[in-house]
Design a protein around this ligand. Structure first.
Ligand code: SF4
Length: 755
């Protein structure tokens, strides 16, 4: 479907001039990523040039997408921004909360019942603020975005790490935390460190058993899970242009597994065709006109080493299928070597379940190629040995593949079609195993395979491969089966071989569906009242945080001195806590429970100054708050690293933490703390961390003259009455100081909106 055409038209109208200006400013030919990034600078950054990997830049993304799990807190915050509508087109997608158990219909009905309250909330907030709402069963966020919203040359953010999938349609699409989404929806600039650029030159052409998935499985092996950190991976070369648009999406999707900021392909004929066949001819026509700006400059393609920070070359004609895993997506094995790896490492050889689909691999092309193997199994009288599960990525693909008999091929070999949702990909899988803890192997065409990711069992060895390889191995029920060289014995005792998979990029009769599951917000939702039941355990309306009282902070008590690594997961754990992500008070009961207390080396056991006992961190924080005492958290190096999680900043704020002082911050978490009104400081002298004792009291001095670049002071009073005065640095700029004074960034936005 075509949405927001006016916005897309305006991007294309302005792009040529913006690209020209950027080329002139930078004084060099431009990569595609630079063209898009420089065309999306926020107003105050226009005309500036930035150093990749160093400068923080404010951008103005075109749109926002949110999945149902992360949208809850994002929207609860947005409701406090004082806006009547979102500033940019935004959408909510109900995909993460549906558990895959028996099959699509029953599972969907159960999910609607179990998550009724959350779905109702998301739907009514979407209606009120002009946000497009995709109901449960409509599809997985990234597939729906690719089919309806992504456009070449655009820039979007999404509250999910696989937002990067839209790079398959030439978009700079970046996964972020909910607080970032709130900024953009409220019309504020969005900050990102100017990414470095990794160029991947693809030559040759894919054929036979090799598919786009193998490209990224290969790249993951080369770059590892950290190799793309802080960089955009830009694919180019005749091999890149030969890959289908959805294949490009698969490659970009799994760019998240190498830590890349995002990945992108240049606009080409395949993207144009995809736009046209998914009802967006008008977008394709406009993109065709500015095609030069939707690809890197020719000089870049001729001498890529001069323009990218790193260049990798892969010849698709020489590539083999890959199987990656277990437990990490960068453990890449060529198919021909995999059987040996299984035996050498004692991976459970029997394959118990093959799962295809997800946002990563459920295009028409993927499913039709996998179905060609399912059909062979039936025609050649092969008994399928492993369980087989299919999760279509969207209703458009599901309906079309059902109409064209593709899903029936899977069902005929015993495959179970689950709802168009994340399901097993995110642990929402009620696996019917006798012993849920035993060692076993599964293989998926999903993207992540960390321990417990799919079924919660740490002994499940999860491998990742293309849908074709997953299907072939599920038929064999054996991890050591190589469909390119090995044969199988059928039910008649005859030796048979699987032929190479075949499929179609597009349905011969076009895509179709009856009910997209989309709910347009219309224009009259403004008067809607959003009700949240006060007794709800999953949702809680947010009260704005209190503004700063204008005084120095005196007599703060130490809540915890965290030792060593303290990631956002240590500060706000995931797992079962995710159930409460829409309820700040309930989820705050996980605050810092993973952090190690410096003084007793234990987790979730700290000295409670109110009663002198050792208690859980959230309990202690609540006691201090109830006693009218502010608290302080002390941290080590790179405090708050890991995925951007606004809960990790909101929870301390909610439980009365006034200051977080650390040896160093992970930049995103530092910004999140600032946004929520917690004072984020660093030790000017890192050795001062050692001066902090368990029963210290703290006074923060200098807040009356809180100015950018001017350090604050911390007076530490020890239990014996002795004192240390230390210098506390900060990185607040003028606007961020206003956030602090207003009590949070959101408070400031609301004040500004009220003017
Ligand atoms: S299918 Fe998996 S990777 Fe994709 S959005 Fe859902 S949970 Fe994330």
């Amino acid at each position: 479907m075509l949405f927001d055409f006016k916005l897309i038209k305006s991007v294309y109208e302005q792009m040529p001039e913006r690209v020209k200006t950027a080329r002139k400013n930078l004084g060099k030919p431009l990569t595609l990523s630079e063209k898009i990034l420089y065309s999306h600078l926020s107003a105050e950054e226009k005309g500036n040039k930035f150093t990749r990997g160093e400068d923080y830049v404010n951008f103005a993304p075109d749109r926002v997408a949110m999945q149902d799990a992360t949208a809850q807190m994002a929207l609860l915050q947005f409701m406090n921004a004082g806006k009547t509508k979102v500033a940019v087109p935004s959408t909510v997608h109900c995909d993460h909360l549906i558990q895959a158990s028996i099959g699509a219909d029953k599972d969907l009905a159960d999910a609607k019942q179990q998550n009724n309250e959350v779905y109702d909330f998301l739907e009514s907030v979407s209606q009120k603020y002009g946000i497009g709402f995709w109901k449960p069963g409509a599809g997985i966020i990234h597939q729906v975005v690719l089919e309806n919203y992504a456009f070449p040359g655009g820039m979007m953010i999404g509250t999910d790490s696989h937002t990067v999938n839209a790079g398959g349609l030439g978009m700079v699409a970046i996964g972020v935390g909910g607080a970032d989404a709130v900024d953009v929806m409220a019309g504020m600039p969005w900050e990102l460190k100017m990414p470095k650029l990794i160029g991947v030159k693809l030559t040759g052409k894919l054929s036979g058993w090799v598919s786009p998935k193998d490209v990224i499985l290969n790249v993951a092996g080369i770059l590892t899970v950290k190799g793309g950190t802080g960089a955009i991976v830009e694919y180019f070369g005749e091999g890149a242009d030969s890959i289908s648009c959805t294949g490009k999406g698969t490659i970009c999707n799994m760019g998240a597994e190498i830590g890349a900021t995002t990945s992108i392909f240049a606009y080409d004929r395949n993207m144009s065709n995809y736009l046209r066949l998914t009802g967006r001819e008008d977008v394709a026509d406009l993109a065709d006109v500015v095609m030069g700006d939707l690809r890197a400059d020719e000089e870049v393609y001729k001498n890529p080493e001069m323009y990218y920070d790193q260049v990798i070359e892969i010849n698709l004609s020489e590539m083999q299928p890959y199987i990656n895993g277990p437990f990490t997506p960068d453990l890449a094995h060529k198919l021909e070597d995999f059987g040996k790896a299984v035996k050498e490492n004692n991976y459970p050889q029997k394959l118990e379940v093959g799962l295809i689909g997800s946002c990563t691999n459920s295009s028409y092309e993927d499913l039709s190629r996998a179905a060609s193997l399912a059909k062979q199994a039936k025609d050649k009288n092969l008994k399928v040995k492993a369980e087989f599960v299919v999760t279509p990525g969207s209703e458009l693909v599901r309906y079309t593949t059902e109409r064209d008999g593709i899903l029936k091929e899977f069902e005929d070999i015993g495959g179970v079609i689950m709802a168009n949702a994340c399901g097993p990909c995110i642990g929402q899988w009620k696996r019917h195993a006798e012993d849920p803890t035993r060692r076993n192997s599964i293989i998926t065409s999903f993207n992540r395979n960390f321990a417990k990711r799919n079924d919660g069992n740490p002994n499940t060895h999860g491998f990742v491969a293309s849908p074709e390889i997953v299907t072939a191995l599920a038929i064999a029920g054996d991890l050591c089966f190589n469909p390119m060289t090995d044969t199988l014995i059928n039910e008649d005792g005859v030796e048979v071989r699987l032929d190479e998979p075949t499929g179609l990029e597009f349905p011969p009769n076009g895509f179709d569906m009856k009910d997209s599951g989309y709910l347009d917000p219309g224009t009259d939702g403004g008067s809607l009242i959003i009700n949240v039941n006060e007794s709800s355990e999953r949702l809680q309306l947010l009260a704005p945080f209190q503004a700063w009282d204008g005084k120095n902070m005196n007599g703060l008590k130490l809540l915890i001195k965290a030792k060593g690594k303290c990631t956002t997961d240590h500060i706000s754990m995931a797992g079962p806590w995710l159930r409460y992500r829409g309820h700040l008070d309930n989820i705050s009961n996980n605050m810092l429970i993973g952090a190690v207390n410096y003084f007793n080396e234990e987790t979730n056991s700290v000295f409670n100054p109110v009663n002198g006992k050792y208690e859980e961190v959230p309990v202690t924080a609540r006691d201090l708050k109830a006693s009218g005492l502010g608290s302080i958290v002390v941290g080590d190096e790179n405090y708050g690293e890991g995925s951007s999680r606004e809960h990790a900043a909101m929870e301390p704020r909610h439980l009365g933490v006034k200051v977080v002082i650390v040896r160093s911050f992970a930049r995103i978490h530092e910004t999140n703390l600032k946004k929520q009104g917690v004072l984020g400081l660093t030790f000017a002298n890192k050795a001062d961390y050692d001066k902090i004792q368990e029963k210290d009291k703290f006074d923060v001095i200098g807040l009356a003259n809180f100015t950018p670049g001017k350090a604050l002071e911390l007076i530490i009073t020890h239990e014996d009455g002795s004192k240390d005065t230390i210098v506390a640095n900060h990185t607040y700029n003028d606007v961020q100081i206003e956030w602090f004074k207003a009590g949070s960034a959101l408070n400031l936005i609301r004040i500004q909106n009220a003017k």
